[in-house]
Design a protein around this ligand. Structure first.
Ligand SMILES: Cc1ncc(COP(=O)(O)O)c(C=O)c1O
Length: 372
């Protein structure tokens, strides 16, 4: 009898297995010392993130979403301000802008699925658009690589804008040989369990200059200046120390894991490039392949997904609806490329422990679907 194949979209347990004794010991140590929030554990963790990313300073934080909110607050973005961003992202990016009271100004995406740097100019040239209200650009390293950051920074300088990088999906990626984390004013990471570097719950970090990160520290901790002095209206957005030690243990493995993932993704591209549109690696980028996203021939995505499901292959969509087309954030913006892409993309299973015979099986199934 042949065994039924089941390939999950993500498989997190092997990460724990590789580091089990270290993670178990670190968790036990936290419990034994009742060291659950703030203090030296968190400070050590923040220093490690600085060493890895090359950032001047780091504030750990409760989630990637908290990271975005506190970064915007630290930059002084609030009611009346406009923030240039994309609709092709996870909802947190847009949600953070709206939650600080600012207005998202959506622009379309380019061939790498990133904020289109040419479109930035179109927006500033439009009649309805009031330039003085534009205060910042919040771009997203969607799928694990960065846009052309030099172009975004140059544009920001021209119009005196702050730049925020939503690097929730790109921990460990590089831009022109430099690790993501110190390339713009402020960078926001997520350590959600499925991210490149995943906790065992919610967690995140913000990196930037010491001056800005001190402000983030204040916002993440109730706007506190000292124990009993509250200078700002803040949040309870601190990291849980159990998460900090889990992430710290996994950090040792991140480059090895990302390299293995890159190999699998390049293999997918080699095998599938004549059947579907495969992700393009930008010339400036060392891609971290948070997810491997194919663009299917128009109108075939849903049938392909069903076909793969029947074959035991779990896939996903990042994302089915752009944020500017969801009820909460729909402001009538039309972004033709973003909307087309959301209707035609599909994410394939891709993790460093995906066995070669499962890779073969996935490739064969997609080829079979398009051969018929
Ligand atoms: C692009 C993007 N931004 C922000 C977030 C928010 O991160 P978190 O889930 O840690 O709040 C995520 C992930 O969930 C994301 O993919």
């Amino acid at each position: 009898m042949t065994q039924e194949i089941k390939i999950p979209f993500v498989d997190l347990y092997p990460q724990y297995e590789e580091l089990q004794s270290e993670i178990d010991m670190a968790i036990k140590d936290i419990i034994t010392r009742s060291d659950f929030i703030t203090g030296p554990t968190v400070e050590k963790f923040e220093r490690t993130i600085c060493q890895y990313t090359g950032a001047e300073d780091c504030a750990s934080i409760g989630s990637g979403t908290n990271a975005l909110v506190c970064a915007l607050k630290a930059l002084g973005i609030g009611p009346g301000d406009h923030v240039m961003t994309v609709g092709h992202t996870f909802v947190s990016t847009t949600e953070a802008i709206v939650n600080v009271g600012a207005t998202p100004l959506f622009v379309d995406i380019d061939e790498f699925y990133h904020l289109d740097t040419l479109d930035m100019r179109k927006v500033t040239g439009s009649k309805e658009f009031a330039l003085p209200e534009l205060k910042a650009i919040l771009f997203v390293d969607l799928y694990g690589q960065t846009p052309d950051i030099d172009k975004i920074n140059a544009f920001a300088q021209e119009y005196n804008l702050k730049v925020i990088q939503d690097a929730a999906q790109s921990f460990g990626a590089e831009y022109k040989g430099k690790k993501v984390g110190s390339l713009v004013d402020i960078t926001c990471f997520s350590f959600n369990p499925v991210k490149n570097l995943g906790a065992m719950g919610d967690a995140g970090a913000v990196t930037g200059t010491k001056k800005l990160i001190d402000k983030v520290r204040m916002y993440r901790d109730h706007g506190r200046k000292t124990k009993f002095e509250y200078d700002k209206v803040g949040y309870n957005a601190r990291i849980d120390n159990l998460q900090a030690v889990v992430i710290q243990a996994k950090l040792k493995k991140i480059d090895e894991w990302l390299d293995k993932k890159r190999e699998i993704c390049r293999r997918y591209t080699k095998e599938l490039k004549d059947v579907v549109i495969c992700p393009k690696e930008a010339p400036w980028s060392k891609h971290s392949y948070y997810v491997y996203v194919i663009e299917t021939p128009e109108g075939t995505r849903d049938q392909l997904q069903s076909f793969l499901r029947v074959k035991g292959i779990q896939t996903n969509i990042h994302y089915k609806f752009p944020t500017h087309k969801t009820t909460a954030f729909d402001n009538g913006t039309v972004l033709p490329r973003t909307e087309y892409i959301c209707d035609n993309i599909l994410s394939l299973p891709c993790y460093h422990t995906l066995p070669e015979h499962h890779q073969d099986y996935i490739i064969k199934a997609i080829k079979e679907f398009y051969a018929n």
